[in-house]
Design a protein around this ligand. Structure first.
Ligand code: CP
Length: 329
């Protein structure tokens, strides 16, 4: 199978086979990060531009590491130092970047739909690294990879997503993909932060305990205060009293429950330190899988969806290097 999408804009538009293909490709790339020499020539001669108009630690750095492990050239633009600050429109900025012939543009932007707009106007592949409250597809893919590594399946799993669902692009991407893959999703949070449009897709509840009961996976979300316009709950103290996941809550879940969080964590608000650093937490495994997922996405979009049968062996790497040398002669 090939990955036929030209861009990765969201998981809502991907079918089961495409999502599983992305996960299989990412799984095959994981081993490269465990080698002493963490580099393969798969994207040699390709250029990845990352334009981030919002803060990021995990996503930006893991895209850079992923690109460099595949031998691509990686160039990064931050919104605070770009000419957007001088009044240039996003489309003009993107057209100027595209004029420099990148192969892949990775975009994080506070406005929903901006990667879709750029994808219509640019020749290069566009990857959505988070667009407002809409989607964060590579985050959900790394979450899915982490779940599949531990549970071996998606069908029948109960996944509780707890917190500020209304403003969460991570919740949306996970909801679309988990439903496509056959998992049951429960959404929990204050009623003001539970969008009614999710009701056909997931069981929704204002009670943390109800969502966690019998869950295989509990995924916590931080309050996205940078996106909240208005007062959605009386105070942080009140929020944490009802929605901060403590060790005691985990007794309600399955004995092998996984606790996930996309980061950044707000300790003591949505997750206690005992849970974040405890035996059920897979938060740092998620981060490690972020590199593999982003390698897979850059590889598939940068090479037009070529099938990766397995991580290139030393012999295959030599063959790739030779073909690369022939191509550049
Ligand atoms: N999960 C996530 O997107 O983290 P960053 O904002 O640090 O990239």
């Amino acid at each position: 199978m090939r990955f036929s999408q030209r861009h990765l804009l969201g998981l809502e538009e991907l079918d089961r086979e495409e999502i599983l293909f992305l996960l299989d490709t990412a799984a095959s790339f994981r081993e490269i990060s465990e080698r002493e020499i963490k580099k393969v020539p798969a994207l040699r001669g390709k250029t990845v531009v990352a334009a981030f108009f919002e803060p990021s630690t995990r996503t930006r750095i893991s895209f850079e590491i992923a690109a460099k492990r595949l031998s691509a050239d990686f160039v990064s633009l931050s919104g605070t130092v770009s000419s957007a600050a001088k009044g240039e429109t996003l489309l003009d900025t993107a057209r100027n970047l595209a004029a420099m012939q990148p192969d892949v543009l990775v975009l994080r932007h506070p406005s929903a739909g901006t990667p879709h707009l750029l994808a219509k106007h640019l020749q290069c592949a566009v990857v959505n690294a988070g667009d407002g409250c809409h989607e964060h597809p590579t985050q959900a893919l790394l979450d899915l990879l982490t779940i599949r590594e531990r549970k071996g399946r998606f069908e029948g799993l109960v996944v509780a997503i707890v917190g500020d669902i209304l403003h969460s692009r991570v919740a949306r991407s996970n909801l679309f993909a988990l439903r496509t893959l056959g998992a049951e999703v429960r959404l929990a949070g204050p009623r003001t932060l539970l969008p009614s449009e999710c009701a056909p897709w997931a069981f929704t509840t204002p009670h943390l305990e109800e969502a966690v009961q019998g869950a295989d996976v509990v995924m916590l979300l931080r309050l996205q205060r940078e996106r909240q316009v208005g007062n959605f709950f009386p105070s942080l103290e009140e929020y944490s009293r009802y929605y901060c996941l403590e060790e005691g809550h985990l007794k309600l879940a399955k004995p092998d429950v996984m606790v996930m969080h996309p980061g950044p964590l707000n300790r003591g608000i949505e997750i206690s330190s005992a849970v974040a650093d405890g035996p059920y937490s897979v938060i740092l495994d998620q981060v490690a899988n972020g590199v593999a997922v982003r390698m897979a996405v850059l590889y598939l979009l940068g090479t037009g969806g070529r099938r990766v049968e397995a991580v290139p062996t030393k012999t295959q790497m030599t063959a790739i290097q030779r073909s690369g040398r022939r191509a550049t002669r």
